[in-house]
Design a protein around this ligand. Structure first.
Ligand code: HEM
Length: 308
């Protein structure tokens, strides 16, 4: 942890915060998450991680809604009720399949209602936003050197999150089970197949066999809906925990004043960083030189304003 990070002042508890703390002793945990110091001045690009998190949550919610209507079945079976007696017993054996698939049809059903098309479009475009945002967040961390000591593990967990995001995009692309989805996935898996030695077993594992069939669709659905969300949610938890422990790299070296006052270049994460109170003295004092201020300068600024 950087030596420059100071503990934020004790948090005043009220409302639900106080109510929960009395019963469940949640105060320390809340303080850890909400009351850690963040720098007074941050660049908008410093928030790209939060924006990515927001899109991930939106993908999570819209994905759950879509799963209630989507059928991961690569064929549509038809049944033959040979005699009235069999039909009466509800015994109508499947005798064949017809196109289009249940998967494709279920997407058409979703898109045929206003709400369904809104949710599906949010999920569809959210996927592209997510990929772009993750890459932008990674580039920002690379160019500002945020990956360096002591944040190597944050970076490594981020690399895994990038892989997860691409995994979501790849497995989700097949789910509509149309020609574009089928052949794009075929190409993607063929590329994996070209890796020496492990390529073919890996391609078979991804496909669930030597051919891209309904088994592949079921497998992709399970990976997209169960495996990746569980892994990604856990990894995001770890990633954000690491950020909380170490503080934002933008806060490194900002805190100077310690002459008996709280550090004015850092403010608690929530709610002050989100909704800065106008009366907080540190905000109106111009930062000197390197962007750091001293307690005496801050006090002088406050005195000047008080006298004016
Ligand atoms: C699902 C994808 C991701 C989510 C939801 C996510 C979320 C976050 C959040 C909320 C923060 C704290 C604030 C901020 O810097 O915006 C953060 C910081 C960070 N992330 Fe990510 N992240 C993701 C992917 C990545 C990737 C791909 C990398 C790099 C390979 C990465 C590396 C880092 C680093 C090094 C920090 C610390 C930044 C600092 O201290 O200034 N993250 N991330």
């Amino acid at each position: 942890m950087s030596a420059t990070h100071q503990p934020a002042p004790e948090r005043r508890r009220s409302g639900i915060d106080a109510w929960l703390d009395e019963r469940l002793h949640t105060g320390k945990a809340f303080d850890f998450v909400l009351n850690h110091p963040v720098p007074l001045h941050v660049h908008p690009l410093d928030y790209l991680g939060e924006v990515t998190l927001f899109v991930f949550i939106s993908q999570f919610v819209t994905g759950m809604l879509l799963a209630m209507q989507y059928h991961p079945v690569a064929e549509t079976r038809y049944f033959y009720c040979g005699t009235a007696a069999l039909a009466a017993k509800h015994y109508c054996p499947a005798v064949g399949t017809v196109a289009p698939s249940e998967a494709w049809q279920s997407i058409q059903v979703i898109m045929s209602s206003t709400f369904g098309s809104l949710i599906r479009s949010m999920h569809f475009w959210g996927n592209y936003f997510m990929v772009v945002l993750v890459v932008m967040h990674m580039l920002r961390n690379f160019f500002t050197g945020a990956y360096k000591y002591p944040r190597e593990l944050t970076w490594l967990s981020g690399v895994l999150l990038l892989a997860m995001t691409l995994g979501f995009a790849f497995t989700g692309y097949l789910l509509p089970w149309d020609q574009k989805a089928y052949w794009a996935t075929q190409v993607g898996i063929q590329i994996a197949d070209t890796i020496p030695i492990i390529g073919t077993p890996l391609a078979d594992l991804i496909r669930g066999g030597p051919l891209l069939t309904g088994a592949t669709l079921g497998r992709f659905f399970a990976i997209h809906m169960l495996l990746l969300p569980a892994l990604t949610a856990g990894l995001i938890g770890l990633h954000v925990l690491l950020v909380n422990i170490q503080g934002l790299s933008a806060a490194d070296g900002l805190v100077v004043l310690e002459e008996g006052g709280a550090p004015l270049q850092q403010i608690p994460n929530v709610p002050e960083a989100a909704i800065p109170p106008p009366e907080r003295p540190g905000r109106r004092v111009p930062a000197a030189g390197s962007g750091t201020i001293s307690a005496s300068a801050a006090q002088r600024g406050a005195d000047d304003r008080g006298g004016a």
